[in-house]
Design a protein around this ligand. Structure first.
Ligand code: SF4
Length: 439
């Protein structure tokens, strides 16, 4: 009997990287690899990296350095770097860190089996191309196994927006939408494997414009096609740009029962002066009016956002405009970060805000968001929600799942199995989750 080789993947960054890591594990599954939770017994270690944070590359180099002992003890161990840092740094990674055997960019990971074979021959393997073949097609014939009930499905990659702080257009390339028939067949396959909720992923997902049977489909068109799949109960999508929220997508939030009432719609700043410098192509006012229209279509929708605090040249007045916008929107959730320079982006060259000032602003913004988030959660107490159960909880009979609004919900004596969807009455609200009882 052949002993399977062990693969340890460490994933950084966004959900798209989580999706990519799953595909990489499937690609290497065909080479006899099974996943392991620890690098200590792995035959291959892959770091699936993210370039969104400052000094991302430096952090990858220091993480790689920690594997030196393992490589010294087991020279056959293969170490690879994938994702956006691999794309940005390329060959430089192997030059600076000779421990690395393999470097693969986000558009080439379907070529992992060939690259892995190359490393087994003692060669270094590098692929940071934007290859002509469709990586999703190449990967679709990999071994299939039962899946967790909630899954990600990439429908679109890359971005043409060129926000002044963002590396995505450089590391993931121009915007490309996958053809609808391939997405639908992947979705059907996921449902056959036990998936009941699919989150459609894309760096600018609502710009989706993939070929359908009778012409290009918008994201709303794709959602309506997915809506027809029996067994698929919930649809979500992330991450969206305000300028690509088409009328049909807003309307779908009001009319498509499978489209969940949660929308992540980043605005980044509430100051028009800063939005212009960010090259966001929308204003605070246009964003607020958009949210009004979305809430008119689906009044109970839970809004989530992204904020960058301390963007170059941000004044106290600019920051106050951001706080005002947050007050007006009333978010159920938000991600917020202090601006950090990303080499190669236009904003990296501009006068930076003092770090202490930016830190203090971030604290104020996060205090406001936390208050809003907490009150959105508290407002759920006494309400009935539907919960998709994803895993057993810490206590006997307890199950943990997600509500339609994406809140984590713990249910005691649920009598439910993983993958069940049930009505739950929310009885209390904790720091980051809700507790409920089956109705
Ligand atoms: S829209 Fe999003 S992915 Fe595209 S450049 Fe702006 S921040 Fe980056």
């Amino acid at each position: 009997m052949t002993v399977p080789k062990k693969l340890f993947i460490k994933t950084y960054g966004c959900q798209m990287n989580v999706y990519d890591s799953e595909r990489m594990a499937e690609a290497l599954g065909g080479q006899g690899y099974v996943e392991t939770q620890s690098p200590d017994d792995a035959d291959m270690i892959l770091l699936n990296t993210c370039h969104i944070r400052e000094k991302a590359a430096e952090k990858v180099y220091s993480e790689l350095g920690r594997f030196r002992g393992l490589k010294d003890a087991r020279p056959d161990l293969k170490i690879g770097v994938a994702g956006c840092v691999a794309q940005a740094e390329g060959e430089e990674i192997m030059r600076r860190q000779p421990l690395v055997d393999l470097v693969v960019g986000p558009q080439s990971y379907h070529r992992l089996p060939e690259l892995e074979a190359k490393t087994r021959n003692g060669d270094k393997a590098l692929d940071t191309d934007f290859p002509p073949e469709d990586k999703f097609e190449v990967l679709k014939n990999r071994p299939k196994s039962k899946r967790a009930p909630a899954a990600f499905l990439t429908v679109q990659e890359g971005c043409d927006k060129f926000c002044a702080f963002c590396v995505v257009p450089y590391t993931r390339g121009a915007e490309v939408s996958r053809p609808a028939d391939r997405i639908l067949s992947e979705a059907r396959d996921l449902v056959d494997r036990g998936v009941r909720e699919i989150t459609l992923l894309g760096q600018n997902v609502n710009a989706y414009h993939g070929a359908g049977a009778t012409g290009d489909l918008t994201l709303a068109g794709l959602i309506w096609e997915l809506d027809k799949i029996d067994g698929l109960e919930r649809i979500r999508f992330t991450t969206s740009h305000p300028n690509d929220m088409g009328d049909d997508l807003i309307e779908a939030h009001g009319t498509c029962a499978k489209l969940m009432p949660y929308l992540h719609l980043p605005v980044q700043s509430g100051s028009d002066r800063i939005l212009k410098r960010m090259n966001r192509s929308h204003t605070a006012e246009s964003y607020l009016r958009l949210i009004e229209r979305i809430r008119a279509a689906r009044p109970d929708i839970l809004m989530s956002g992204d904020f960058i605090v301390g963007f170059p040249e941000e004044t106290e007045a600019d920051f106050q405009a951001t706080l005002d916008l947050i007050e007006e929107v009333n978010y159920g959730y938000a991600y917020s970060f202090k601006y950090s320079t990303r080499p190669g982006t236009p904003a990296a060259e501009r006068p930076q805000v003092d770090d202490d000032v930016a830190s203090e602003r971030l604290q104020r913004l996060q205090a406001l968001i936390t208050r809003q988030q907490r009150s959105a959660q508290d407002a759920m107490v006494g309400r009935e929600v539907s919960v998709l159960f994803e895993k057993p909880g810490r206590f006997d009979g307890q199950m943990v799942g997600k509500s339609d609004y994406l809140h984590a919900v713990h249910v005691k004596d649920s009598g439910a199995a993983v993958g069940d969807i049930a009505r739950v009455k929310i009885v209390s609200s904790g720091a980051n989750s809700l507790a409920g009882e089956r109705v």
